[in-house]
Design a protein around this ligand. Structure first.
Ligand code: ADP
Ligand code: ZN
Length: 222
């Protein structure tokens, strides 16, 4: 199946995609990850992309399409893919349509205030990068239990100290969400017109969300 995931930063999109893709026997493809890899390896494309990424700007469509085409050319992507972070523009969506036909677009919906609470409550292990979350978000049908360490402030895996990322202030998160909504709205309209969009409310932990998203994908398979 050819699948696209849309969802704001902090919605858990990458986590869901990485768990669902192996169940479907297809790769989870994140253009952010592909770009960071290209930058780290200092490939010609990576060198071109780096300055845009540093500014937080979108990397030009032609560079993105080159890395996407290359990735889709690999054998594991023959039966399908889950894209995460791509397409980001109508031009990218149109170019993708010319190479592979998208069959379903999962649009993860989650209110901004929940994302802000979640991101601010995130704690990362200084040593090994393991992520925890100290907030318990509960309202209406939403129930997101915390992912707590056994000992307060200490990583279960390695005993390292848990810290919050200082770059993630409320204002920065809000700005990022605004940019996301502005960029993504045209794509939501685009895929709605093609009758491919499926809205999924984020109401719980990945354990709860993965089966819900899987069911939505299976419904569209027939
Ligand atoms: P985020 O946007 O949440 O920081 P990503 O990992 O999705 O995380 O992307 C990191 C950066 O890579 C973006 O800020 C952008 O510069 C670039 N990028 C990733 N995917 C695309 C895309 N489809 N089109 C343009 N730029 C992209
Ligand atoms: Zn650790």
């Amino acid at each position: 199946m050819n699948i696209v995931f849309l969802g704001p930063p902090g919605s858990g999109k990458g986590t869901y995609a990485s768990r669902i893709a192996p169940q479907l026997g297809i790769p989870h493809i994140s253009t952010g990850d592909l770009l960071r890899e290209a930058v780290a390896k200092k490939t010609p494309l990576g060198k071109k992309a780096e300055s845009y990424m540093k500014k937080g700007a979108l990397v030009p469509d032609d560079i993105i399409m080159q890395i996407v085409k290359e990735r889709l050319g690999k054998k594991d992507a023959r039966p399908g893919f889950i894209f995460d972070g791509f397409p980001r523009t109508i031009e990218q969506a149109d170019s993708l349509e010319r190479i592979r036909r998208v069959e379903i677009v999962i649009n993860l919906k989650i209110p901004d205030f929940v994302i802000i609470q979640k991101i601010l409550a995130r704690r990362t292990c200084e040593k090994c990068g393991e992520i925890y979350n100290i907030a318990h978000i509960k309202f209406g049908k939403v129930n997101m239990p915390p992912v707590s360490p056994k000992k307060l402030g200490i990583c279960d895996k390695c005993g390292g100290k848990l810290v919050s990322r200082s770059d993630e202030t409320e204002q920065i998160i809000k700005d990022r969400l605004d940019v996301y909504r502005k960029q993504t709205q045209p794509l939501i309209d685009y895929y709605t017109k093609k009758k491919l969009l499926r809205n999924v409310d984020v109401i719980g932990s990945p354990e709860v969300m993965v089966p819900i998203i899987m069911a939505e994908i299976k419904k569209s398979k027939k």
